[in-house]
Design a protein around this ligand. Structure first.
Ligand code: ARG
Length: 458
């Protein structure tokens, strides 16, 4: 029997009914649904919409159902249309007629939004912990790298030397924004929908403020019509998860490149690599490729959801049921990717010699130009002089370290004896000055700040 059978002459066509069934997916909301119903029953009792006895019986019944469902997840199954119908059926089976009073003044439209809001507020901190663990793995690597150097890239061509720590903290910085974005999504979900009824509000004297407090919400939705169709908080969550996946994908891409034979700055641990069934020499970064691949899926959930929302008239529409699959899939995609990425990053080995070897050479050209600037040469002129030196060195297959004093002087009389000393990777990072730069002191401070951030999360 459905929740709405009274209105209809016959039983639903199984093909049409089964198509609309969401219990297989929304059963995950079981504990949130029961929590919302317990609060609603309490409020119905307080407001004397139902008798105290009935309200108590409903609460006792719901608590027993909750306990059973948490103890044995297989309990949360049945032919029901959705989790709301399931809980109500179980309640009526258990306590009889009093259970039939629970849905007084309430609609599944506000209930399903409430459940999903409760769910996200319960689950987002778990994702944030995953983000923090990966930040922790980056911080560990940054710490262990000490003063080691590597090239940074623009256009995937060697650009300027940086500390290896700076590279790891670069990814940590992006991940910390994801942490904040997830918090924003949780804040957006932080509004009570109960009291909205199906669309126009409820006519029973329930106290929405008290309900909000009981369920841990800091506010009540602004408008019942909006509440019945609003899933902006879902879109925000999917955006937060998509962007976090984009960051994981970019981290993965960096590590895939830098652990490859051509770069070899880092070594993948055997534990986080896979072999080839045919080529014995292969050591493949499968987990990172899978993270990169799954990013498409997360973005698809976001764009798919936006497309679902765009044509909806105001008020509840069944299309909205699609929100849950998107949320659960995005959540599990991000959670598992975070674990995999942290495992790989945590076990990366650094090949200091190869990383540092790649920092010598022509990527010191900016530093050579800066040297001329320090001697009063206008930057545009210095750029030209050094560009000429680079052209010649390239043609001869050499770099700045091979230039003898006469060659320096020949390039510009402004080069003094100390010019070769400015043209080293170590001097290059040392010369940076701003707090966000790769200057070793600045990096040490960033590392400390990042550690403090992790500690304050607890
Ligand atoms: N399963 C539905 C959903 O997820 C619950 C709300 C049903 N409301 C309705 N009027 N059919 O959106």
């Amino acid at each position: 029997m459905t929740l709405w059978s009274g209105r209809f002459d016959g039983a639903p066509d199984p093909a049409a009914f089964d198509f609309g069934v969401s219990f297989g997916i929304d059963r995950v909301l079981f504990q949130d649904d029961v929590a919302g119903s317990i609060a609603w029953a309490e409020e119905l009792g307080r407001a004397e919409v139902v008798s105290r006895d009935d309200s108590d019986a409903i609460i006792v019944g719901l608590r027993a159902i909750l306990e059973e469902g948490l103890r044995d997840p297989s309990f949360v199954t049945g032919p029901d249309e959705d989790v709301h119908s399931f809980v109500e059926r179980k309640l009526i089976e258990r306590i009889g007629d009093a259970g039939r009073r629970l849905h007084t003044g309430r609609s599944r439209n506000e209930q399903v939004s409430l459940d999903l809001r409760l769910y996200l507020r319960r689950r987002i901190p778990e994702l944030q912990r995953g983000v923090a663990s990966l930040v922790g793995a980056c911080v560990e690597q940054a710490e262990q790298a000490g003063q080691a150097l590597m090239p940074s890239y623009t256009h995937l061509r060697r650009a300027q030397p940086v500390l290896v720590s700076h590279f790891f903290l670069c990814h940590a910085a992006a991940l910390r924004r994801d942490h904040g974005r997830l918090a924003t999504a949780a804040d957006e979900a932080d509004a009570l929908t109960l009291g909205s009824g199906a669309v126009a509000g409820t006519s029973y004297p329930v106290d929405a403020t008290r309900l909000a407090r009981a369920l841990g919400f800091s506010r009540i939705v602004a408008n019942s019509m909006d509440a019945s169709s609003d899933r902006d908080f879902v879109a925000s969550f999917l955006y937060a998860t998509s962007l976090a996946m984009v960051h994981l994908s970019r981290l993965s891409e960096d590590v895939i490149i830098f652990t490859g034979e051509e770069h070899g700055f880092f070594e993948l641990s055997d534990a986080s690599a896979t072999g080839s069934s045919m080529m014995p020499q292969k050591k493949n970064p499968d987990p990172l490729e899978l993270v990169r691949g799954k990013t498409g899926r997360a973005i698809g959930r976001l764009t798919g959801w936006l497309a679902t929302m765009k044509g909806l008239p105001s008020g509840y529409n069944k299309d909205l049921q699609e929100d849950k699959e998107a949320v659960f899939d995005a959540e599990v995609t991000l959670a598992t990717s975070l674990v995999a990425a942290a495992a790989v990053v945590g076990r990366l080995g650094l090949n200091v010699e190869r990383a540092e070897r790649a920092t010598s050479g022509l990527l010191l050209a900016t530093d050579v130009a800066d040297y001329l600037v320090s001697r009063g040469v206008p930057f545009r002129r210095a750029h030209e002089v050094v560009g000429g030196m680079v052209r010649r060195l390239l043609a001869e297959g050499r770099d700045f370290s091979s230039l003898d004093p006469s060659e320096w002087a020949e390039a510009s009389e402004m080069f003094g004896e100390d010019a070769p000393r400015a043209a080293t990777a170590r001097a290059s990072v040392q010369a940076r000055r701003t707090p966000q730069s790769t200057n070793p002191d600045a990096v040490r401070q960033s590392l400390e700040e990042c550690r403090t951030w992790l500690e304050t999360l607890g």
